[in-house]
Design a protein around this ligand. Structure first.
Ligand code: 8DG
Ligand code: MN
Ligand code: MN
Length: 389
């Protein structure tokens, strides 16, 4: 029961997985600022600080109205001194000096540009920054050693910087569905990540694939990528095979969020006419993916070309782990992080994209749906569209 009258008396739970966080909220003028400080802390390898700013931003996203004064923040969790100082300054002066100087800083801008390259993490970007490099062009100019992934990242940089629209994601979904059903009839495909949470744009498109007959999904990824390659739809792919069982007795890395499903990081070649075609007609999936004959060869890669590069993540999960994989790949990243923290700290359980382990009972808990997992965790079910923490 909500106390009526004072809106600040609303009870705000402290874990993001206990709250409903819609995509659109009332405080982007504050959350964007806090997220810049979070991002900058990540660039400086300060994870604790980065998470603290991200949690503070997330609390503001869950508020039912715009923050107008510091009074509105009374009783809210996760707002440290530093976050409060930043918020206060923005409320009083319209902007925060720290945020603005971070935004303008050479390091922040270079790190953003360099980590924006597919295949480049904070560590590599930081090394390049200290060597005086600032942009993808600098990498090319100075002939930096790049791995295959980074080469693709630099080559398709401009396209991959452009947000992927929902319409584009829908066309990619049709293509992935066609590929998967061609090599394994009966397989199930689910759109994951930001688009499952209702986002209108994303930095990539994520898919989870399974088959109701356990075992049928084994070795599926190479078949899918070969089919896509034969159709000329793949610009880049790197498949990692399932390593869940073999790593069980290896050195466990508890802090790592990386799971062990068979997965593929790829770059699709998306025909632009397929998108306009899908938008403007009731054409079937078949029509759309075969409608455009290959237009021009690769060398015309520019605004004028008939295609664009799109990042796509594919993950294959055994049916028995599908609910956990679904929960783990829906995001947001903070929501996932908070779920695992809640499981560990509050329930003595360990949650991954594969399983939920109960340390008190010493057993793995089975689940067929996300709802069951929330129930095991003693959490109210939060639908994907409200996991935008
Ligand atoms: P965006 O692409 O629109 O920018 O946002 P997103 O869809 O939320 O982000 P994402 O980077 O594509 O990640 C989608 C989800 O997948 C997110 O919840 C985190 C999760 N995820 C990875 N890598 C891994 C991984 O190695 N293991 C697990 N379990 N989850 C992962 O991105
Ligand atoms: Mn995504
Ligand atoms: Mn992804």
């Amino acid at each position: 029961p909500k106390p009526n009258g004072d809106p600040t008396a609303m009870l705000m739970k402290s874990y993001a997985c206990q709250r409903r966080t819609p995509l659109k909220h009332h405080n982007s003028f504050l959350t964007e600022a806090l997220e810049i400080l979070s991002q900058n802390a990540e660039y400086n390898d300060n994870e604790g600080r980065s998470v603290a700013f991200r949690r503070a931003a997330s609390v503001l996203k869950a508020l039912p109205r715009r923050v107008r004064s510091m009074q509105d923040l009374r009783c809210l969790p996760c707002l440290g001194d530093h976050s409060q100082r930043v918020i206060k300054e923005i409320l009083e002066d319209g902007s925060s000096r720290e945020v603005e100087s971070t935004r303008q800083s050479e390091q922040y801008q270079a790190m953003k540009a360099l980590t924006g390259i597919f295949g480049v993490g904070v560590r590599t970007a930081d090394r390049w920054f200290r060597e005086g490099l600032r942009s993808p062009d600098d990498l090319i100019r100075t002939g930096q050693q790049l791995n295959r992934e980074q080469q693709a990242g630099v080559q398709y940089y401009d396209d991959l910087q452009k947000p992927v629209t929902k319409a584009e994601a829908d066309v990619i979904s049709d293509i992935v569905e066609k590929a998967v059903h061609a090599v394994l009839p009966g397989a199930e495909i689910q759109l994951m990540g930001g688009f499952r949470r209702g986002k209108e744009v994303g930095h990539d498109v994520d898919f989870l694939i399974t088959h109701p007959e356990e075992g049928k999904e084994e070795g599926l990824m190479p078949k899918i990528t070969n089919w896509l390659k034969e159709q000329g739809l793949l610009l880049y792919q790197k498949t990692t095979r399932n390593s869940y069982l073999e790593k069980m007795d290896g050195p466990a890395r508890a802090s790592s969020n990386m799971d062990r499903f068979e997965r593929c990081f790829s770059i699709f070649k998306l025909q632009k006419c397929a998108v306009s075609c899908k938008l403007s007609s009731t054409a079937s999936a078949e029509d759309v993916s075969t409608a455009c004959e290959r237009e021009r060869p690769d060398e015309h890669h520019s605004e004028a070309s008939g295609w664009r590069a799109v990042r796509v993540d594919l993950v294959v999960s055994p049916y028995s782990q599908f609910a956990f994989a679904t929960l783990g790949w829906t995001g947001s990243k903070l929501f996932e992080r908070e779920l695992r923290r809640w499981a560990g700290q509050e329930k003595h359980m360990s949650l991954s994209s594969h399983a939920l382990y109960d340390s008190k009972q010493n057993l793995y808990l089975r689940a067929k749906t996300e709802e069951e997992i929330f129930a095991y965790l003693g959490l109210e079910f939060i639908p994907p569209s409200e996991r935008n923490a």
